[in-house]
Design a binder for this molecule. Sequence first.
Ligand code: ARG
Length: 396
Amino acid sequence: MVFSLGRRRKAAAVSTCPYTSASPSDGPGGPSAAPAPRVTDRAEAEDFLRQFHREQPGGDVERRVREALAEIGRTGTYTHTPAELSFGAQIAWRNAARCIGRLYWRSLVVRDLRHVTTADGIAAQCFEHLRLAGNGGRIRPVISVFAPDRPGRPAPRIVNDQLVRYAGHRTSEGRWTGDPRGASSTDRALGLGWKRDEEPFQVLPLMVEERPGARPKWYEVPDGCLLEVPLRHPDHAWFADLGLRWYAVPAISDMTLEIGGVRYPAAPFNGWYMGTEIGARNLADAERYDLLPVVADRLGLDRSSERTLWRDRALVELNVAVLHSFHEAGVTMADHHTESERFLRHIARESSHGRPTPADWSWIVPPVSGSATPVFHRYYDPVDTSLRPAFLARGQ
Ligand code: ARG
């Protein structure tokens, strides 16, 4: 069964997604905070359109290129067809050198929301994204593409780095509560009038800037759109008492999708989690929830020396708990052995189409038991940062 904290509701239609807006749309700042978008690069546009027609044969490529270049001449940019947008987003995933989960790049569901430009509309659609992607536990990879930047008219932005993330702040005694990774968003939200409780897993509100530099509007994630899994251990009853949990849908919301010279700064996308992201990083890193000493003590491990490998043993049990809990909750999650094997299948399949698979070893190899997975024991095609379409870090 799927657990969702708060009441479980039947999936709400977008229009009834009960988000709360609590701040005025305009404030100090103004569109000056980001450089004004430039005219779309004609060579990038043409390269992309030719790639699209190479990989999806059919249609008159020469005519399409002429049409797009003429539109750039007239307006400074051009409009992707829905098919080009879908293809572009899928290729951006295929090109993501840090992602081990690329075997399923073709299955990415692309939501064409380019007409949505208001903060209210974007928030409502982000929540609908979470609901569709969560899919009652059978996680679907989804991207929601909002309006692109146009010359002289920068597009809206999502402030948060993920659609769902836990707040974190340092208490007056200098200890952390919550997720330190959420600290900057927490500060931002507090500054906008949002209220933090002391809870370690409080979901941050979604913050949307209608124009870069404008005061963001913020919205609580509605219960009905939020899927979370309380963590238990198959052999240790005490584990549940730690009160840990994690959300089901990792949805990156601070990367710009760039396709054929056009930039989509608001284009949140998600896959499903690999267990180690939560069990070996989010809950384990000293700069995150820092739970290894806690788990080791509950396991009765000897922490008097590093030689006892208490950290390693605690890590394994934490990861067992994460995989077990998601499985029991019916929420899609991959283990690092399975995902590694899938990635090698992806490379083989791409190679059979004559395509390289650029990959960043340090991101692909899982953070625990690296050498026990096949992705450890090889090198990869070099990363080419000029490869497009791509997901770009903000400011890149
Ligand atoms: N590592 C990030 C997190 O723990 C999520 C990154 C994307 N992960 C994914 N499985 N698609 O939240």
